[in-house]
Design a protein around this ligand. Structure first.
Ligand code: ADP
Length: 489
């Protein structure tokens, strides 16, 4: 597949530990192009020994990185930011190749990832503490913030650059050192980011990347979970793995940031601008082929506008161009792997078997030869369908009809998850009422694209805890220390 890149040295297949690149001499695993299954690279399949070597390196590098001034850490991050931007095209091509998102979106992801690096470079110098008015004469009471120590970052495949950047940048800004494991489907982008971090002057041992196959992921991460030198785990991925990490990190009481699954509602009220709602849903749902954790999973349309909304949505979705990232006109790339295709297909089949109507797309059986799924709109969705309870993570919009605000708020909240929610309305009172009533960490009101490095990203309930981005994103990597000096005259 001709997605060649101009800097061959960005393609690394070994680990990056203590400032050195290892050769993939021992066991390896294949990284495949989801568009056609072709082998892109064989990458080191790390074991517990590699995981421990990474923590040794991160631990050794911690004292000097923590002692560096915030400004000098910020300067390293600014250089990294500039390098990410100047290598945008190569990085985007790597993402498209290993993850399958259309090139235009991959270029956008690099800008988004770089945005986090720039933001935390700036925030690094603003980690202000407090001076507490003295309660006893002759006392000084100060609150200072300091990096938590060694951080373990575990990322998913859907945004290989952005998910890494929004964990690594705040960790490095806070004076933490990092051991990171990228997702097995997409390790090449993370390894390329590490090449640029090294070039930017991140000192040896401050950032360590360890790649592993799915079957070795637990072996690597278990070493980090059990090592008391690792003081924080930051994870984006599925709720079951997040719960496992929470349980297993309890023995050393690590701090945790967990950004887990969602089941986002997208509500269109009768008083909404229906065209704007269709635009919003297209952006929120069909970006990255629906493989986004804040992607709407259940679409609710109120009775009066329901038919118009479904008709307009069907036309737009039916016109989406499906194809490989190599084709600049592609709007929906391949799904990440066969397992994903099977899940999406089973959701469509189950919905149709329970009476849902196919408005656009539709899949009758799993195509065992290809990872492409036709973008689909279903109407007549009900709460008993698989897609009501589980995250489909694909280009399928299932529309539920509803009558009242109270009913739809109940339905929207009727899930263990609470990451994102969207709704469209022009009634100001309703906007505030519903925004207050929705149980989630992120609400889009008349807006389908809500992510920004300047805003806090994260969930509640079983979607996890902790926030990434914004000024709060740095606090998650810092401990608060209260210093009380007495005996002053
Ligand atoms: P997804 O369904 O999106 O692949 P996962 O939660 O399975 O989400 O994977 C997200 C990340 O968690 C990946 O880097 C994966 O390798 C890692 N992972 C998967 N299983 C485990 C496990 N048992 N322990 C630690 N990490 C894991």
């Amino acid at each position: 597949m001709p997605l060649s890149i101009s800097r061959d040295d960005l393609i690394r297949t070994g680990n990056f530990i203590a400032g050195r690149w290892t050769e993939p001499t021992k066991e390896t695993f294949g990284v495949r192009d989801p568009a056609d299954g072709s082998l892109i690279a064989e990458v080191t399949d790390s074991d517990g020994g590699d995981a421990k070597a990474a923590v040794d390196a991160a631990s050794a590098a911690l004292p000097s990185w923590r002692a560096a001034t915030a400004r000098s850490r910020a300067q390293v991050l600014k250089r990294w930011h500039a390098l990410i931007l100047s290598n945008q095209e190569d990085l985007a091509r790597l993402i498209s190749r290993e993850q399958g998102k259309p090139l235009a979106e991959a270029r956008g992801e690099i800008l988004y990832a770089a945005g986090y690096v720039e933001w935390f470079a700036e925030e690094a110098t603003r980690t202000y503490g407090d001076v507490i008015p003295e309660t006893v004469r002759g006392r000084k009471m100060l609150v200072v913030k300091e990096g938590v120590g060694v951080v373990a970052a575990i990322t998913p495949w859907n945004f290989p650059a952005a998910m890494m950047a929004r964990k690594l940048a705040p960790a490095l800004a806070a004076g933490c050192t990092v051991v990171a494991k990228p997702a097995e489907d997409t390790p090449l982008t993370s390894l390329a980011l590490a090449v640029l971090a090294e070039e930017a002057g991140v000192p040896p041992g401050v950032l360590n990347i360890v790649a592993a196959s799915r079957s070795r992921a637990a072996e690597v991460v278990d070493v980090w979970l059990g090592d008391s030198r690792v003081r924080k785990i930051t994870f984006t991925g599925s709720t079951p793995v997040g719960k496992h990490l929470a349980r297993e990190s309890a023995s050393t009481l690590k701090r945790l940031s967990l950004e887990l699954g969602g089941n986002a509602p997208f509500i269109v009220f009768d008083d909404a601008d229906v065209d704007a709602a269709v635009d919003g849903l297209m952006a929120a749902k069909f970006r990255n082929g629906g493989q986004t954790c804040v992607s709407p999973n259940r679409v609710f349309a109120q009775r009066e506008i329901h038919d118009e909304f479904v008709r307009k949505l069907g036309v737009r979705v039916g016109a989406l161009k499906v194809g490989p990232a190599t084709d600049e006109s592609s709007q929906i790339g391949p799904m990440i792997n066969r397992q994903a295709v099977r899940k999406i297909t089973s959701h469509i089949q189950d919905a149709v078997a329970q009476g849902a109507k196919v408005i656009a797309g539709g899949v009758t059986e799993v195509d065992e030869e290809s990872n492409y799924v036709a973008p689909t709109v279903l109407s007549g969705a009900t709460s008993s369908m698989l897609l009501a309870a589980e995250e489909t993570f694909g280009p399928v919009a299932a529309v539920f009809r509803f009558d009242t605000e109270a009913e739809v708020v109940r339905s929207a909240n009727g899930t263990p998850y609470g990451l994102a929610a969207y709704f469209y309305s022009r009634d100001v009172s309703r906007i505030w009422r519903v925004a207050n009533a929705i149980e989630c960490g992120i609400v889009g009101v008349n807006e389908g694209l809500i992510s920004s490095e300047t805003a806090p990203f994260g969930g509640i309930k079983e979607s996890g805890y902790g926030r990434e981005g914004s000024r709060r994103g740095l606090d998650d990597y810092m401990d608060v220390k209260y210093v009380c000096q007495g005996g002053l005259s």
